[in-house]
Design a protein around this ligand. Structure first.
Ligand SMILES: Cc1cc2nc3c(=O)[nH]c(=O)nc-3n(C[C@H](O)[C@H](O)[C@H](O)COP(=O)(O)O)c2cc1C
Length: 239
């Protein structure tokens, strides 16, 4: 296996708590930012600004932001769940239901579950990380003729992957937190970090050193011949 493929395959979402007293070093942070810097972006627009948050007071303010789960998330999340490792291994896409609270994996009245779920603060998501990266973009700018800024979003994904692979290589835990780009949370984060109105949050990343082992579950991917079409479309039976 080539070295690059090994880093790609070893890269993973690190959802366990991180050591609160151990932020990545300045050198390692710079390596991660250098990887972001060289990411491909549509039209070389370099359509991103990255906020590094490692100040204890600022982290505390972010941790205190409250968020609430939406009915849409609950409904659509449920459709992607597997309820046993065997099911996940067979489906090869989606995630294991046991990652979520029981009420999120029991079909029912999602609006009621959403209403009844407690507001929770972001400290449960940030889980003690001593360093966060908040990736933002300027919503007023987009690559030429890119409807709905889709090329811009792809570019933000390239930045994500470059940083993730570098963190993996440096032995630093990395987890994407999409919730930072969600409506009410985004507004609160923007206030705390004094992010101008015209900028939007794409996602946040928690970086750090895990203090516990993740629970074991299979990492699944489709086989290559499950998603490749040679020369013309071939129906492979997937919906
Ligand atoms: C655009 C995007 C958004 C994601 N949002 C989250 C998130 O909010 N929380 C999280 O734990 N993982 C998030 N992930 C990670 C995926 O769930 C994860 O990459 C996928 O389940 C495969 O697992 P792996 O990263 O361990 O290989 C996100 C990934 C991408 C590319």
């Amino acid at each position: 296996m080539t070295e690059i493929l090994k880093v790609i395959q070893d890269r993973h979402s690190s959802r366990v708590p991180f050591d609160q007293g151990h932020a990545p070093s300045k050198h390692d942070l710079m390596q991660i930012l250098e990887a972001a810097r060289w990411a491909p972006t549509a039209h070389n627009m370099q359509n991103f600004e990255i906020f590094v948050v490692d100040d204890k007071k600022q982290l505390e303010r972010l941790e205190n932001i409250e968020s609430k789960i939406s009915e849409d998330f609950l409904r659509e999340n449920y459709q992607q769940l597997s309820f046993s490792e065997e099911e996940l291994l067979q489906k090869k896409v989606g995630i294991l239901g046991s990652m979520f609270p029981p009420s999120w994996r029991t079909p029912g009245d999602w609006s009621k579950v959403a209403r009844e779920s407690e507001r929770s603060s972001l400290d449960q998501t940030i889980k003690g990380s001593a360093m966060l990266l908040i990736v933002t973009y300027d919503a007023r700018k987009r690559a030429p003729a890119s409807e709905n800024d889709i090329l811009g979003f792809m570019s933000l994904g390239c930045i994500m992957e470059n940083m993730w692979l570098m963190a993996q290589e440096l032995g630093i835990g990395f987890q994407i937190m999409s919730v930072f780009g969600g409506n009410s949370v985004e507004q609160d984060v923007k206030k705390i970090l004094e992010i101008p109105e015209y900028m939007r949050i794409a996602y946040a990343v928690r970086l750090g050193y895990p203090i516990s082992r993740p629970s074991k579950f299979p990492r699944v991917r489709r086989e290559i011949d499950g998603f490749v079409h040679y020369n013309r479309f071939e129906d492979m039976g997937f919906v």
